[in-house]
Design a protein around this ligand. Sequence first.
Ligand code: ZN
Length: 427
Amino acid sequence: MSKTVKIRMYNVGFGDSFLITLPDGPLILIDAGFHSRGKGEFSGDELVEQIIKDVKSITGAEDAHIDVVICTHRHADHLFAFNSSLWDQVSVGEVWLPWVEDRKNEKAVRLWKKQASFAMNLATALSSFQLNAADRESVEFMLWNAGVELPGMAAAGGWSNAKALDCLHEGFAYRRRTKPRFLPATRTFPESFSCPDLPDVVIHVLGPPRDPELIEELDPEADGETYRALAMRAAASGEAVADMSALAAFGPEWQVREDEGGAEDLLTRNEKKWLENLATGADALLAATHVDNMINSTSLVLVIEVGKARLLFPGDAEWGTWKRILADDDARALLHNATFLKVGHHGSHNATPKTLVEEVLPEGIPAMISTQEGPGNYRNNIPLPDLVTALEEHDMRHVRSDQLPERLPRGFRKGDDGKWIELSIPC
Ligand SMILES: [Zn+2]
């Protein structure tokens, strides 16, 4: 009998959670999250309950064991359910995170410090912006998702992205490999490796960029003008928060000390004037989107090679990451042999480059879109109709989690009243 790999997409709404069953039994979980305003079938605990139930039924074991747990990036819609205490019942082989989550890596710490400072300046200046209710809600959500504890945004039960990350760093009933594996581990691009928990599998890491200069491009402070404009606007808003640490969900070690900033002192009067003008004109929505994109750009982009199957899981990687991937012959060759696509970022406009669909991926491969169409600026135009059309034009049979047709395309089946959809592909 020919071997198959199974990819189960949980209908989490706007978010990602995929359970992969390899032909000889090992299990990989990629993400477990959802967006608070685009919920699907599950609450956080319910999603974990479902995963535990499924893992036990697939393995036939009394205790739930997942060989590799992967979190692509630190956004709620990818990790929120890792807040659940039910993970204490689950043992794991390894946990994989993007290298920027390595708390011992100085470059990673510096990146998050700058990002937090940018986000907090924006949060502080928020009251000085004339925003309509929908825009304000979008900005607030993006800031909260970036780790800023805005008043009124606290989730029930003290759940937060920071707490979910703690579970990924230290949680679970047992971990064969104590520390997470931070990827890519080297500057080799693409990086390929195998691990003892997944025999006969080769993992290819295409993102996030390991090169500090490339990460710099994704860093909000790289746009120094908006950064300083927001800082000035925050200072002038009169509502400056006396203790910035009150806003910060990620603790004092992630904040920029006063002596680390202070570029304003070095400015001439003309420069200050110019910055003040920029501050008045600064666009809160644009600045918040910048923070959001930067976090998406830290997404793991993986090709999981199992026999002849090549599963492409790009997280929410955006254009900056793709540009580099598409410019590299080895990376392109890997994608050219892909046999499955997890559509990036719930089908947004800049997470699936045209070249990828039109020129690089083979025609006719299956795809999954984990998404939730609905109101709200954050989800505007998601999934993008042009993208869905492009998939159709390239014979890429696909399902989206929020619209299950009566008859699923070949290879797909749904289970537990549509709580998940599973694709079997030969490997
Ligand atoms: Zn996402």
